[in-house]
Design a protein around this ligand. Structure first.
Ligand code: AMP
Ligand code: GLY
Length: 421
C-alpha cells in the first residue's frame, strides 16, 4: 500500500513512524514533512493548503491512501476533492470538519444531540455581545468562531477583559473572518482530557485517553501553546468514563453529523472538562491532537495502516484496537520565545544520543540545512518514552530530552508530574 501523509509536525512524524512499522506499507510520502520524517518517508515540497497540488501528486504516484494531519486542508475541502476523484482519504469532508472549523456549528450540534457542554450564546454583532456581557458572571469564556491557530479562546476573568476580547474579535477582527462571530460560554472548572476516536461515520473506536499540557509555563502558567507535552492513558479516565464519553459525546456527535447529511470519516477529537467525574465538551477537533498523538500512537499495537484503510472504506466495524500494557509520556522541546516570536535555524545536537529503546524522538519544527538538522519552528521536538509506569516513562523521556541541545531550548519540567506515584 502506498500512503501519503499530509502535514509536517510532530503529529505527522508519529503517524509516519507508526505507518512505517506496517508490513503492508510499501511506499510512504509526506507533504511537506520535516527533517525527522525524511528519515522514514520521502518528503515532497507541497504545502498542506495546496489541495490541487496534493491531488495531482496522489494521482501521479498511485497513492492508495492519503492521511490528513492538520485541520487547514480539511477545512479547505481536501477530502471532498479527493473523494470526487475516487482517491481514498482518511479525513472528514469540509462540511463534517465544521465541527472544528466553526465553534457555533459545533455548539448547535451539541445542543441538538444533547451532548453535555458549557452553556453558550452566539453573537455576530458587537453591541448584542456587549449587552449580554452585562448580565454575565465572571470568569467567562469568549471564543472566535473560526480557526485561529489555537489563539481564539480567551478566558476572561473580569468584565473588562471580556469586553476587550469581544471588541478585538468582532470589531477589530484580530482573527480576521474567524472572529466575525463569537461564542460566549460558561467557564468550566475541572480536569481536561483528550479523547480521540477513529470513525468511519458509523463505528466509533476510541483510543486511550490523553492529557495535554497547554500552557507554556510550569504549573500551567503563562499563555496557551499548541501543547507542551502529553501523557497517556490518562489515569483520570477510567474505563467507565471512557464508555460514558463514547456513549454521550462521540457517538451522538457522529450520529448527528450523519443525520445532517455530512457523515464524518477520520479522527474525532473531543477536548473534555471533567468536573466531579462528569464529562463536558470544551471543543471538538476533526483530526489527531498534537502532541497527544505522539503519546498515544506508541501504545497502539494494531497495524495503523489497517485501521486507517478500514475507516476510509467504511468497514471499521471489522477492526479491534489492541493496546500495549504500557504508559507513555511526551515532552516537547520548544524554541526560546515560543509561543511568541522566536528565532529559527539553530543546529540541533545530541539526536543520536537521545535515540534509545522505548524512546521516540518526534520532529516538529525541524529542517535539514547544509547537512545539519536545525530548528525550524516553535515546537521543535517531542520526546516520547514508554514504560510500565509513569515514573519510569517520565524519567526516560526527560533523560533522552536532556541529551538534545539547541540554542534557546526550552521544555516544561513538570510534564506528567501530577500522575507520579
Ligand atoms: P478550545 O480551543 O475551545 O479547547 O479552548 C482552548 C482551551 O481554553 C481549552 O483547552 C481550555 O483550557 C480552555 N477553555 C475552553 N473553553 C473553556 C470553558 N468553557 N471553560 C474553561 N476553560 C475553557
Ligand atoms: N493539543 C491540542 C490540539 O491538538 O488541538
Amino acid at each position: 500500500m502506498n500512503i501519503l501523509v499530509v502535514g509536517g509536525g510532530g503529529r505527522e512524524h508519529a503517524l509516519v513512524w507508526k505507518l512505517a512499522q506496517s508490513p503492508r506499507v510499501t511506499k510512504l510520502w509526506c507533504a511537506p514533512g520535516n527533517a525527522g520524517i525524511g528519515e522514514l518517508a520521502t518528503c515532497v515540497p507541497i504545502a498542506v493548503t495546496d489541495i490541487a497540488g496534493l491531488q495531482r501528486f496522489a494521482e501521479e504516484n498511485a497513492v492508495d491512501l492519503t492521511v490528513v494531519g492538520p485541520e487547514a486542508p480539511l477545512a479547505l475541502g481536501l477530502a471532498d476533492r479527493f473523494r470526487q476523484r475516487k482517491l481514498a482519504v482518511f479525513g472528514p469532508t469540509q462540511q463534517a470538519a465544521r465541527i472544528e472549523s466553526s465553534k457555533s456549528f459545533a455548539k448547535d450540534l451539541m445542543l441538538r444531540q444533547r451532548i453535555p457542554t458549557a452553556d453558550a450564546r452566539i453573537f455576530d454583532r458587537v453591541d448584542d455581545a456587549l449587552a449580554h456581557l452585562e448580565r454575565c458572571a465572571f470568569p467567562i469564556v469568549i471564543k472566535a468562531d473560526g480557526l485561529a491557530q489555537g489563539k481564539g479562546v480567551v478566558v476572561a476573568g473580569t468584565a473588562r477583559e471580556a469586553r476587550d476580547a469581544v471588541v478585538n474579535m468582532l470589531e477589530r477582527r484580530a482573527f480576521g473572518d474567524a472572529g466575525a462571530r463569537v461564542v460566549i460560554e460558561e467557564h468550566l472548572r475541572g480536569d481536561e482530557l483528550t479523547v480521540m476516536a477513529f470513525t468511519d461515520g458509523s463505528t466509533v473506536l476510541p483510543m486511550a485517553a490523553a492529557q495535554d499540557h497547554k500552557r507554556i509555563g510550569e504549573g500551567e502558567t503563562g499563555p496557551n501553546t499548541g501543547g507542551m507535552g502529553a501523557y497517556a492513558p490518562a489515569p483520570l479516565c477510567t474505563p467507565a468514563l471512557l464508555d460514558e464519553m463514547v456513549r454521550d459525546v462521540l457517538a451522538p456527535a457522529i450520529e448527528g453529523l450523519s443525520r445532517a447529511g455530512s457523515p464524518f470519516c477520520g479522527i474525532l477529537y473531543a477536548g473534555i472538562m471533567v468536573t466531579d467525574g462528569r464529562p463536558r465538551v470544551l471543543e471538538f477537533n476533526a483530526r489527531f491532537g498534537d502532541p497527544e498523538t505522539q503519546a498515544v500512537l506508541p501504545l497502539l499495537k494494531t497495524d495503523l495502516a489497517d485501521v486507517l484503510q478500514a475507516a476510509a472504506e467504511h468497514r471499521l466495524d471489522q477492526v479491534t484496537l489492541e493496546w500495549a500494557d504500557r504508559v507513555a509520556v511526551c515532552v516537547v522541546l520548544s524554541s526560546g520565545g515560543y509561543p511568541d516570536s522566536y528565532h529559527k535555524g539553530f543546529p540541533i545536537t545530541g539526536l543520536p544520543d537521545a535515540a534509545q529503546d522505548d524512546v521516540a524522538v518526534f520532529h516538529a519544527g525541524t529542517a535539514r540545512r547544509d547537512g545539519a538538522t536545525v530548528t525550524d519552528g516553535g515546537r521543535v521536538l517531542g520526546v516520547t518514552a514508554w514504560a510500565a509506569s509513569f515514573n519510569a516513562a517520565r524519567a526516560r523521556a526527560y533523560d533522552a530530552a536532556g541529551r538534545i541541545e539547541f540554542e534557546g531550548r526550552y521544555c516544561r519540567p513538570d510534564i506528567a508530574a501530577r500522575v507520579l506515584t
